[in-house]
Design a protein around this ligand. Structure first.
Ligand code: NAD
Length: 481
């Protein structure tokens, strides 16, 4: 008899808790922290050891760190009247810098969890019943019995059928690991991830081909906002193929051979690496939700009501797993609702808008109604677009091709939507979100004194345009004769 066979059977350790949160991304950790602050005993479960989920470990934060490096390289190269030598890249140091930021922030989250008395369990969690979850950890399995649960298990990159299992074919996680800089990189998907990763690899020296199946980059955004970015990228990248499908042909020692098909014909090319960024799918299908009676649809989405409750009243779901938009700031907002309701508060998710930001150069941000959506839904609006060449700050910063536009209700003059392309657009859009939430009209924005010279002035100037009071350019009354 072997020693192993004679070892006594050790039962799974078990934990009882008032609230179990499955997933420790921005949705999950916010929910866990908030519920602990409201007095609940909380267990937080995640398959990865560092807290923070995709956002901190493989998404928003590492990409922002690398985008910062990319922007400094580009800005230094384009500074008028100053010439630097060509950049010397130390990829190990760039990678280490990014990893240090992640590690420091993850340590901060762990400390916050510890200080709140939250039990953190590492391992893949699967429901075993409506009040039970089994956590398969790296060394042992733990049974968690809970009164209430919040599912915040996120999403994973969509894989394209027909592509081989080859380290040269990357998703966003692999691309952010920055194994090397390929000579020629094909990026499939011209959405937010594709565009952000293209800017990183371009600045680090790769020649980029970007393939998007729709007729516009960032298909969800208004075309006028995308144009300044598309023009800039068109001058830098090897090729941008819109309305194009990629067909994989072969993986050889020389590279990855593909065919690109558009309305005009076909070309065959070989690339050193391919990055697939064609969306993400919710992770609802692999947590054993059926054992808890929680309904998951064919796309892996868990439906919830305005209180973030699933079809099982004591189980909530938040973040990417409840569907689009899959954004960290939506998840953390939903987390506060779910945690509050689980703790007896009467809350609802009633945000009027969830802003979107592409951290490209120039940045693109939008909130509320887009022109695309207003037109599709037949909602009347007036469009007031301020070109940034009237802004002294934008001109002094090489951002004269930016735009700030407001969509205004023709009757009430209230702000329906806003879009910005240019430096700091992602930060500037927050003022428009606040204005929309406060039911502000164009006059409110125009009459709030904005500091000069700042990018933020462009929002006030766009509002002055709507009010007909602008003096920095001719008001619309002149063109009406
Ligand atoms: P996405 O849906 O934003 O963009 C995917 C793009 O790929 C779309 O433009 C789509 O038309 C295109 N596409 C799909 N199939 C294709 C094909 N076969 N060939 C060519 N093009 C194809 O998805 P993403 O960029 O992968 O991002 C995933 C999610 O993560 C999104 O929900 C996004 O909002 C979120 N995210 C947000 C940020 C941010 O807020 N800055 C950053 C990264 C990711």
């Amino acid at each position: 008899m072997t020693a192993q066979a004679s070892a006594p059977h050790r039962p799974d350790p078990s934990v009882e808790t008032e609230l179990m949160v499955l997933g420790a991304g921005p949705g999950g950790y916010t929910a866990a922290f908030r519920a602990a602050d409201l007095g609940k005993r909380v267990v937080l479960v995640d398959s990865a050891a560092p807290l923070g989920g995709v956002c901190l470990n493989h998404g928003c934060i590492p990409s922002k760190s690398l985008l910062h490096t990319a922007k400094v390289i580009r800005d230094a190269g384009g500074l008028e009247g100053v010439r630097f030598g060509s950049p010397q890249l130390d990829l190990d140091a760039i990678r280490a810098g990014k990893d240090r930021i992640i590690a420091r922030m993850a340590r901060g989250l762990s400390a916050l969890a510890r200080q709140r008395g939250i039990t953190v369990l590492q391992g893949h969690g699967r429901f075993t019943s409506a009040n039970g979850l089994q956590v398969a950890g790296p060394e042992r399995s733990t049974a968690v019995r809970f009164d209430k649960a919040i599912i915040a298990c996120g999403s994973a990159p969509v894989r394209l059928p027909g592509l081989p299992q080859d380290p040269r074919v990357m998703d966003s996680t692999a691309a952010l690991a920055l194994a090397d800089i390929p000579r020629r990189l094909l990026i499939v998907g011209g959405g937010i991830i594709g565009l952000e990763m293209a800017q990183i690899y371009d600045a680090l020296g790769a020649r980029i081909t970007l393939v998007e199946r729709m007729d516009q980059l960032l298909p969800g955004a208004d075309a006028d906002l995308v144009l300044p970015l598309a023009r800039k990228l068109g001058r830098r990248y090897e090729r941008i193929c819109l309305g194009t499908q990629m067909h994989f042909l072969a993986a050889t020692d020389q590279g990855l051979r593909v065919r690109l098909d558009d309305k005009g014909g076909q070309i065959e090319e070989t690339y050193d690496r391919i990055l697939v960024a064609v969306g993400r799918h919710p992770n609802g299908a692999n947590i054993g939700a059926e054992a808890a009676g929680v309904h998951v649809d064919a796309r892996g989405i868990i439906a919830v009501d305005a209180q973030m409750r699933t079809n099982v009243a004591h189980i909530f779901a938040i973040g990417d797993v409840v569907g689009e938009p899959m954004l960290a700031h939506k998840a953390s907002h939903e987390a506060r609702v779910a945690a509050g309701v689980a703790c007896g508060q009467d809350l609802r998710f009633d945000a009027r808008t969830i802003p979107c930001v592409a951290y490209t150069d120039p940045e693109i941000a939008w909130m509320g109604l887009t022109e695309l959506e207003a037109t599709r839904r037949g909602i009347p609006f007036e469009n007031f677009t301020l070109p940034w060449h009237v802004s002294g700050r934008a001109m002094s910063s090489g951002s004269g091709d930016g735009l700030t536009k407001l969509l205004i209700d023709p009757v009430s003059r209230r702000i329906l939507g806003a879009g910005i392309v240019g430096a700091c657009a992602g930060d500037l859009i927050a003022e428009a979100v606040f204005a929309l939430e406060m039911d502000a009209d164009a006059g409110d924005l125009a009459l709030a004194i904005h500091p000069h010279p700042t990018f933020s002035e462009t929002l006030a100037l766009a509002a002055e345009l709507a009010e007909g009071t602008i003096t920095d350019m001719l008001p619309p009354s002149y063109s009406r004769g």
